[in-house]
Design a protein around this ligand. Structure first.
Ligand code: 4AD
Ligand code: MG
Length: 443
């Protein structure tokens, strides 16, 4: 079988009939005296293969009987339609070459999530993980395409950073020669420098937060897709976020139908993201909805917790952009909304920030966080101090307000949050190949 032209299982099935050579791994095997049934898988699909005694040499039949799950093998044979086969086709094997006979595979049916995480290096080849990886590939590709086709430049920030941006409590400290630095919590502060060169920029990078909470939506290492743009206000910025989500969903629904089917994801739940407009409401309106429709009292000035986000989103089937959170509970860089009495609609009892969170439906929570950035040095220093940081360490950042400061805004999208939502997964850990959390750092 050395000189065969191998095609993928999907290509073989698309060919519909005739002789083909395929290769892959044993997904399932069943044996009798006269037959060996192998379901073979490769990255493209699975197919049932039949090895019949008498149709191959006795030696090959003997060898085929030894194949265990995940053994690697090459088959040559005749493909034909078969309604009873799992993917509608069957390969009648005429020749075979075993590449490696696998040891008994440790992953069998009905294993616990923790066991599957211990075996992640092997579990990655499951149909579930393969489908997720393909969807993830589409999502990240769509993000790059979305920004590049809208005039954004890709811009990189360092991963080793001297400053906090999203609060000191989730910083990962790293020994840096004789000194210490932190792993990037966000690309944002450097992006705010980058816009003075490129104006509209974006990036997709690993992001690190030492999240001490064990939730289904926090990772210690995750991928964040961020954008930053000069001359952009909050409203324009949140519209970009809506367009980006719509673009991602269009791509996934076009390219990953089969994968969504493998995952058993109800596509009708995903359709509103491409068909409908996403509403924007204020934080204060969100509290009103919670009170009136969910009977839930939230004190103005408290951040929305997971339970409140979930309750709020029971009333929507698309993402919702929530703007104008109380300034006091927001990160230092979010600009205060200066309301002009008699001109602006004032629905809040206290100062609010020009910021937004985009919340996903079906309880998938916050997927985007963004804001218009404060350009007032005094204000920034005040809030940096309030977070327990030394404004001296932010001098380079404050310089950006000293040399041609302009209004600017940006946001970050959690890639795994979006992948989890699209896939309909219980836990965010299934949305990344090798998850990192407080309790998991291997394999
Ligand atoms: O809301 P966050 O903290 O915003 C920022 O970091 C801003 N500096 C972004 C910006 O304006 N450029 O994080 C942004 C998004 C969240 O909405 C969430 O989707 C995701 O990143 N995220 C996480 N995803 C997985 N695990 C975690 N621990 C996450 N923390 C945030
Ligand atoms: Mg946030």
């Amino acid at each position: 079988m050395e000189n065969q032209d191998f095609i993928s299982i999907q290509e073989a099935m698309d060919k519909d009939s005739g002789e083909v050579s395929i290769r892959g791994w044993v997904y399932r095997e069943r044996k009798s005296n006269k037959f060996v049934f192998i379901v073979l898988r490769d990255s493209s699909n699975i197919i049932q293969c039949v090895i019949k005694k008498g149709s191959v040499t006795d030696e090959i039949f003997e060898e085929a009987s030894k194949l265990l799950m995940e053994s690697s093998v090459k088959f040559y044979g005749e493909i034909k339609k078969d309604e009873r086969a799992p993917t509608g086709y069957e390969l009648f094997v005429k020749d075979m070459e075993i590449v490696q006979i696998a040891e008994p595979f440790p992953i069998t049916k009905d294993q616990s999530p923790e066991f599957l995480l211990d075996q992640r290096h092997l579990w990655l080849r499951s149909r579930k993980m393969t489908a997720m990886l393909k969807i993830r590939h589409t999502v990240i590709g769509a993000i790059h395409e979305f920004f590049r086709s809208n005039g954004y430049y890709e811009f990189e920030a360092p991963i080793f950073q001297p400053n906090a941006c999203e609060g000191g409590s989730t910083l990962f400290e790293v020994k840096y020669f004789q000194d210490k630095v932190y792993l990037a919590q966000t690309w944002q502060l450097y992006a705010e420098a980058g816009i003075f060169s490129l104006e509209k920029i974006y990036n997709v990078s690993p992001t690190f937060r030492s999240e001490k909470s064990k939730t289904s939506r926090h990772l210690a290492e995750f991928w964040m897709a961020e954008m930053e743009a000069a001359w952009m206000n909050l409203e324009q910025c949140s519209e970009v976020g809506k367009d980006e989500i719509k673009f991602i969903f269009e791509k996934v629904l076009k390219e990953n139908k089969k994968d969504l089917e493998i995952l058993g994801r109800d596509i009708t739940k995903l359709m509103p993201m491409v068909e409908k407009e996403y509403p924007t409401i204020t934080y204060t309106e969100a509290l009103k909805i919670l009170k009136e429709k969910s009977g839930m009292d939230v004190e103005w000035g408290k951040d929305l917790r997971t339970i409140e986000e979930e309750k709020l989103m029971e009333h929507f089937d698309t993402p919702v952009v929530v703007v104008d959170y109380p300034k006091e509970i927001m990160a230092f860089y979010k600009m205060e909304k200066k309301l002009r009495p008699g001109v602006d609609k004032i629905d809040a009892p206290g100062p609010v920030a020009l910021c937004f969170d985009m919340l996903a439906p079906e309880g998938y929570g916050e997927i985007i966080g963004g804001s218009q950035r404060d350009t007032d040095i005094e204000e920034l220093m005040k809030y940096i101090k309030k977070e327990g940081e030394d404004p001296k360490n932010y001098d380079w950042y404050l310089d950006l307000r000293r040399f041609g400061s302009v209004p600017h805004s940006g946001y970050g999208l959690g890639v795994e949050r979006v992948v989890r939502w699209i896939c309909g997964f219980e836990n965010i850990k299934d949305a990344i190949p090798f998850p990192r959390t407080m309790l998991r750092k291997s394999p």
